[in-house]
Design a protein around this ligand. Sequence first.
Ligand SMILES: CC(=O)N[C@H]1[C@@H](OP(=O)(O)OP(=O)(O)OC[C@H]2O[C@@H](n3ccc(=O)[nH]c3=O)[C@H](O)[C@@H]2O)O[C@H](CO)[C@@H](O)[C@@H]1O
Ligand SMILES: C=C(OP(=O)(O)O)C(=O)O
Length: 454
Amino acid sequence: MPARDNANQGARVGLTSDEIIINGGRPLKGRIEVRGAKNLVTKAMVAALLGQTPSVLRNVPNISDVRVVAGLLALHGVLITKGENADEWHFDPSNVEKAHKADIDAHAGSSRIPILFCGPLLHRLGEAFIPDLGGCRIGDRPIDFHLDALREFGAVVEKLPSGISLTAPNGLKGANIELPYPSVGATEQVLLTAVLAEGQTELRNAAIEPEIVDLICILQKMGAIITIEPNRVIFIEGVEKLRGYDHKAIFDRNEAASWAAAALATKGDIFVGGVRQEEMMTFLNVFRKVGGDFEVHDDGMRFWHPGGTLQPVTFETDVHPGFMTDWQQPLIVALTQAEGVSTIHETVYEDRFGFTDALNTMGANIVVHPDGLQDETRRVKRREFEQAAVVTGPTPLTAADVVVPDLRGGFSYLIAALIAEGESQVSNIGIIARGYEGFIDKLRQLGADFVFEG
Ligand SMILES: CC(=O)N[C@H]1[C@@H](OP(=O)(O)OP(=O)(O)OC[C@H]2O[C@@H](n3ccc(=O)[nH]c3=O)[C@H](O)[C@@H]2O)O[C@H](CO)[C@@H](O)[C@@H]1O
Ligand SMILES: C=C(OP(=O)(O)O)C(=O)O
């Protein structure tokens, strides 16, 4: 972490579009909107490849992961146009076969979504090439569950230095699959492959995140037959063909939780339009225990700091309906201001507390236990590679120059800078644009004091 250059303090010129200077101390107040979830929209875009007719997706956020997937779809011959509103996108896949080239030069860019092209491309073209994946570096992020499931469907997988090549010499057939862990991506992989596979597929130990249920709604609109059964079982009866869909994407609950945490940490009051209570329930319980307040409205939710002291909490990240791993980073900044010791067990990824180093340089007291901690009270089964972060507060934060390491860690740095005394320079903010639509404009709308010259 480079030390803050005192000679530059107060400097307000010469920033690149990847940097912002934030002068902390102002509560965030006002109204902003969240749009469709990054974790659904990008998958819905891939699903359009399965239809024989065009699809329409509404509530599409202007984020870079959407642009990366749009670029890949275009490379595969999907014609993408915008509707009357900027957040309405049309996908016409009728040219995919004609556009097909075996040596397509596809790059994953920042996104992990290309792995989900496997099933749709195998169905459509009989072969697929998947480039190396992007996404946040928060652990190993293997794709073994994806590849094992594809093999069960009959795909032949070859790993190449530049990516993965797949063929399906005998077509794809329904399969009985049990995931070793309820992986979101692997569940989506199975769904996007099984809907057009010949015969029935039973998927056990499936992920059931709200974005997955929304993807299932999309596939059902397209003509798929999918049943969500108790105990993480999803049953898919393959059909011969699918049509396009017309769908409004579910809101981004990760973005919503981030702004709620920002309201709490900055002692602010933010109305987040487009949010629904149901998908936020687990977050709301923890938010309330820490001392945050909220109101549920028909068109969104209001989150605020009601005054008084914040309370420490202990929680574990988990698959849905547990506490989402993407929610912990912004909330940890608020926990640096709580009176006492909070413990966060990260059980989803191997390495998701790296962002706390920079918070410590700003004055936080966060100790990371790389092999986790014993805790008799916990409800989530201990995993092989989990870690724990112990946050002792309250600690005033002071400004620092910080470099965004990943999407959620990056948003937590914005919040830290918003409550720190002095001017912090946050660099590499392009990563935040992967998942937070117009966050600079939203900060402006909420009254933050900052300089951005991009
Ligand atoms: C684009 C998208 O939707 N990203 C989300 C998705 O990521 P993503 O779909 O990549 O996350 P997974 O649910 O697959 O990963 C969960 C765990 O399973 C492991 N695993 C996964 C696949 C595999 O083949 N082998 C394997 O071991 C991962 O390393 C990780 O430890 O779900 C995560 C968990 O809710 C979220 O944090 C991400 O925001
Ligand atoms: C980890 C995340 O995303 P991705 O899977 O796209 O890297 C995230 O949204 O926090």
